[in-house]
Design a protein around this ligand. Structure first.
Ligand code: HEC
Length: 421
């Protein structure tokens, strides 16, 4: 079995980007734009590796679930025919290993490792390099930057430690109970982090905790176990079936975690889920619903039927959506003029959200949202309501010192029709 070395040109290209990019950024001053470029490249890579990892993982679970197990040779667990990309494929799965190992055996691990590495780099770029703006919300808890970063990194280590501890108990073999304990722990982590960090910072860290568990399973359990399988096959020895079962269960955890992790990764776009209040319960609800959907697909692929889980998941999502709607306050509905709203937006938002921002960090309008003209303000009114009134995570880290009265004036202006004359 030969191993392909990593071609030098790969390493050279990566060095080129990071060293030259770093040099240019340093020459031009470490501008926000240089950082944004790095951010773009790392996020792009993160999404691609994540797709490849989860895609391969879903594909192999599908294979396992769909194998034709009857009428196959004795040494086989099953075989399968498939058609894709204009070709017909036939593959066979061995019960353990063939008598003679093939020259080339493909391993699947780099996508997992690189998803984690790029993900951690993203945490550094977006959160740890500017915790005051992204991770810390003084209205939740006025942490120092150092404390926030320590808690954030500590949460990843803790998640792995607790998970490994649990997996070494008998609980591992009671899948339902393991799932239940896992759910309680996820809800607890979401609750604790939501009371320490900004909503989005808390959510992305719950996602990173679960992602760390998944990548850890690949690095510390699945790949070592595969090495033992290959070594045993080379010696013609038998593998300990308990070991095999153990690895399969850890691998199954990854399969169930994929859906909730992807939700937490995109949760940043959905302030209604991470807005202060019951955000941790919303996360837990979406965790249960997505694990139920994953369970439904797994069982279906094996020819079973747990369709009742679909309406259950739908119901949970509806309840969660209902919970996310803020209580209709019997707050003042006294009329406000556009002039009042306009002056607040100019004062509190336009330093960043302008064609020419005066903010020192943002040199282009963040997310392309410009609030220079009355027309732009009216067009963005629903988003202003979402970000400045409901989820209250704009102005970013309340950098411009927006008051509650001002938020209420914006609410009334928008609810009275966001008129600009
Ligand atoms: C210190 C800079 C800063 C200030 C001040 C600021 N924002 Fe933002 N805003 C950002 C950044 C960064 C993003 C992009 C990341 C994100 O969406 O959270 C953004 C994104 C947005 C978006 C686009 C994304 C979406 O959810 O549709 C809207 C709308 C928005 N902000 C509204 C506001 C409003 C309203 C104010 C004033 C009450 C405000 N912002 C003040 C930095 C700022």
């Amino acid at each position: 079995m030969h191993k392909k070395p990593v071609p030098t040109i790969y390493i050279l290209s990566a060095i080129l980007i990071f060293v030259l990019g770093g040099f240019f950024a340093w020459q031009g001053g470490w501008t926000q734009q240089a950082k944004d470029w790095l951010h773009l490249l790392v996020r792009w890579a993160h999404v691609i590796y994540g797709i490849a990892w989860v895609g391969a993982s879903f594909y192999f679970i599908f294979l396992e679930n769909s194998l034709e197990r009857k009428g196959v040779r004795d040494e086989l667990a099953g075989n399968l025919w498939a058609i894709h990309g204009g070709g017909i494929y036939y593959l066979e799965k061995y019960k353990t290993a063939p008598k003679e190992l093939p020259k080339t055996l493909h391993w699947f691990k780099w996508d997992a490792y690189l998803t984690w590495v790029t993900g951690f780099l993203l945490l550094v770029l977006v959160y740890y390099s500017n915790p005051q703006a992204t991770l810390i919300d003084p209205s939740v808890r006025a942490l120092s930057s150092a404390a926030a970063i320590a808690i954030a990194v500590g949460s990843l280590v803790t998640a792995w430690g607790v998970y490994v501890g649990l997996s070494r108990t008998r609980l591992l073999y009671h899948q339902g109970a393991f799932g239940l304990v896992g759910l309680v722990l996820v809800a607890l982590a979401a609750y604790l982090l939501a009371h320490l960090f900004s909503g989005r910072g808390a959510f992305i860290h719950v996602g990173a905790m679960l992602g760390t568990i998944m990548a850890g399973n690949v690095l510390f359990v699945i790949i070592p176990s595969q090495r033992r399988l290959v070594a045993a096959a080379q010696k013609g020895a038998q593998l300990d079936p308990n070991q095999v079962k153990y690895t399969q269960l850890r691998s199954l955890h990854n399969n169930y975690l994929a859906l909730p992790v992807v939700y937490t990764m995109v949760s940043n776009h959905f302030p209604m889920t991470y807005a202060p209040g019951l955000n941790w319960a919303i996360l837990a609800g979406l965790f249960v619903a997505s694990v139920a959907i994953r369970h439904f697909t797994n069982v279906r692929e094996r020819g079973g039927d747990v369709s009742y889980l679909l309406p259950v998941a739908a119901l949970i999502i509806l309840v969660v959506a209902y919970v996310s709607v803020p209580p209709r306050k019997t707050a003042s509905s006294a009329p406000v003029s556009f002039a009042e709203a306009e002056s607040i937006i100019r004062q509190r938002c336009a330093s960043c959200h302008s064609a020419n921002p005066s903010d020192t960090t943002f040199v282009t309008a963040p997310a392309g949202a410009k609030l220079d003209s009355p027309q732009q303000m009216a067009a963005l009114a629903p988003r202003i309501l979402e970000r400045a009134v409901l989820s209250r995570d704009m102005p970013l880290a309340n950098k411009t010192g927006m008051t509650d009265e001002e938020r209420d004036i914006l609410r009334r202006w928008i609810q009275q029709g966001a008129k600009i004359n």
